[in-house]
Structure formats: C-alpha cells, structure tokens
Design a binder for this molecule. Structure first.
Ligand code: NAP
Length: 292
C-alpha cells in the first residue's frame, strides 16, 4: 500500500480489537478500488472512549467502526445519530461530518443484505430469535418491521421479555413474545420457523455447544441463520441441517456490515466482484488467526 500525504485513515475502536477481521475487508477494498485509505485497529482502554472519539475527529479520521463494549456507550459523543441506530440503540460505524461524527448501525443492514444474498425471506415470516443480548435485541427491532411473529428464546427469560415488550410497544401490537430456552417444546406443533441464532453459545472453542441440543427442536426450523462465524459450521447449524433445514453462518453479515460502512465512508458502491475479493481476504485472515 502506497501511503502518502493524502492518505485518509479509518479505524476500529474497541476493547479488545486484536482479533478483528475488519482490516482485511477495508484495506482490501481500498487497494482494489485505488483509494487512498488505510484502516487500523485502535485498542481503547476503559474510561477513555470520549477522548478516543474526540481524538479521532481531531486527527481528521474519515470514519471509525465501533465494537464491544462501546457500541451503545459511544452514542453521547456523537454529533448526530442515524434513525435506525437510534431505534436499535447501538452504533458500529462513525462517519465524519461537519463538527463531529454521525453514528450508524451497519450490523443490521449487513444482516439483511446477508439474508437477501442467501435467499432467506423475512417478510411475513414467523421467526425464532435465540438470545436476548445486544445483537438479539437489534435483530428483533429490525425484523419487527417485516416479520409476522417474533419469539425470543433465552436462558434468562426476563431479558427476552424486556425486548418483547419494547418491540410490542413500538409495533402497537403483540408481535413478539418471550420464552425460556428450555421451554421450546411449548412452541406450536406443526409450525416451522426461520431461527436466528444470536447467542454466544457454540463459539470457538466451545464448538460442541448449542443453546438447544434436542433434535426435536430443529424439526421446527426450516432455516437456521447463525450469527457466529467461527467455527464456520456451528453445532446449531449441524443440528438444523440434520433435521432437514437450511443453515447459514455469520460470515456474510460480518462482510456486509463492513462493506456498508466502507460505502458510507467513501460514497462508492462495492460491486459483486469486490465483495468476493473482500470475502476471500477476510477468510484468509481468519485462517491465519486460527493458526496463530
Ligand atoms: P451479548 O450481548 O453478550 O449476549 C449474549 C447472549 O448469549 C445472551 O442471550 C446470553 O444469555 C447468551 N449466552 C451466553 N452464554 C450462554 C450460555 N452459556 N448459555 C446460554 N446462553 C448464553 O452478545 P451479543 O453482542 O448480543 O452477541 C451475540 C452473538 O452475535 C455472538 O455470538 C457474536 O459472535 C454474534 N455477532 C455476530 C456478528 C456478525 O457480524 N456475524 C456481529 C456481532 C455479533 P443470557 O441473557 O441468559 O446471559
């Protein structure tokens, strides 16, 4: 990469950031599109987020991604918030504007683009969301505008209940409901669902785990959409496929949240060929990361 006086910087703010795949996506795109842009991770210590955001702006950064644990905590330091990010309550992308950064959420548009790319319909669907953490909440908010029914299954049912109430209050109807994960057998018999797996269960190195292990549960899933990307095939996906369903992992979501951020920073559209290039570089970086 030829860095000169006109090269712009984008970065990732998080704690930790050492395992990020985002540099592989953005630096590959910048190089392939001939843009003077470099993307670097910034490990921001606890208690230094405000300084980091102000410093990034002062240093003329074009934009940033924001990751755990700062996706909600960054909001007070932004000049403006995109309406979707506001509804979700989490920001993963900062875009430089006059006088400060504007916050966006590209995780959910990224997931939508991934679902579409995999041919998974969400409009009018009955959806199970496994989990009730930050991402599950964002998925519920996003799908509340499309799905016919949302059921949140979580180990801690109270957290699922809170999300369901929030979604219903916004929708003005009983669109969402909560169930304890172990209560899955109370799901109506004969019904099949799109299931979005939004817990940490099954992530490397705990690859034999799934939130629900019983094979009967998977008879009720026509499509299992896993948000974990390491391992590439989780236990949840194996169980879904063993019961005859289609299963996908979270790699495309990761790719598309990055591509959408890149498009916001540069105003350029990333085409199919470049998508594939960024995807293969991301996979390569992951492989190296696993071996290290
Ligand atoms: P989070 O806020 O920490 O929520 C974690 C969720 O997992 C909660 O529902 C939690 O249940 C559940 N959980 C954790 N350990 C469990 C266990 N041992 N048994 C049962 N349930 C357990 O995490 P998050 O930020 O929402 O992230 C969730 C997932 O999304 C992660 O796997 C992450 O890799 C994935 N993700 C993917 C992408 C992508 O681009 N593909 C982007 C962001 C996140 P309780 O409420 O009971 O604690």
């Amino acid at each position: 990469m030829n860095i000169d006086g006109c090269t712009r910087t984008c970065g990732l703010i998080g704690n930790p950031v050492e395992h990020t795949m985002s540099p592989a996506i953005h630096n590959t795109l910048a190089e392939a599109m001939g843009q003077k842009l470099v993307y670097v991770p910034f490990h921001v210590q606890e208690g230094r987020l405000k300084e980091a955001v102000e410093g990034a702006y002062a240093l003329n950064l074009l934009g940033c991604n924001v990751t755990v644990p700062y996706k909600s905590r960054v909001i007070p330091y932004l000049r403006e918030l995109d309406p979707l990010a506001e509804r979700i309550g989490a920001v993963n992308t900062l875009v430089r504007t006059e006088g400060g950064f504007k916050g966006y959420n590209t995780d959910m548009p990224g997931l939508l683009r991934a679902l579409e790319s995999d041919g998974v319909a969400t409009a009018g669907e009955k959806v199970l969301i496994l989990g009730a953490g930050g991402v599950a909440r964002a998925v519920a908010v996003m799908l509340s505008e499309r799905a016919e029914e949302l059921i949140l299954l979580n180990r801690t049912v109270e957290k699922a209940q809170t999300i369901a109430e929030e979604v219903n209050a916004r929708a003005g109807r009983r669109l969402a409901r909560a169930m304890p994960a172990e209560g899955w057998s109370k799901l109506p018999k004969g019904e099949t669902y799109l299931a979005v797996q939004a817990t940490n269960v099954g992530m490397f190195p705990n690859t034999e785990e799934a939130l629900i292990q019983e094979a009967d549960f998977y008879e009720r899933i026509h499509t299992g959409y896993e948000l974990i990307f390491n391992p590439a095939k989780t236990r949840f996906m194996e169980l879904t496929e063993a019961a005859g369903g289609r299963a996908y992992n979270g790699l495309k979501m990761l790719l598309y949240q990055g591509i959408i951020a890149y498009e916001l920073w540069t105003g350029r559209t990333v085409t199919g060929e470049l998508e594939e290039l960024a995807c293969s570089e991301m996979k390569r970086a992951m492989h190296i990361g696993e071996e290290a």
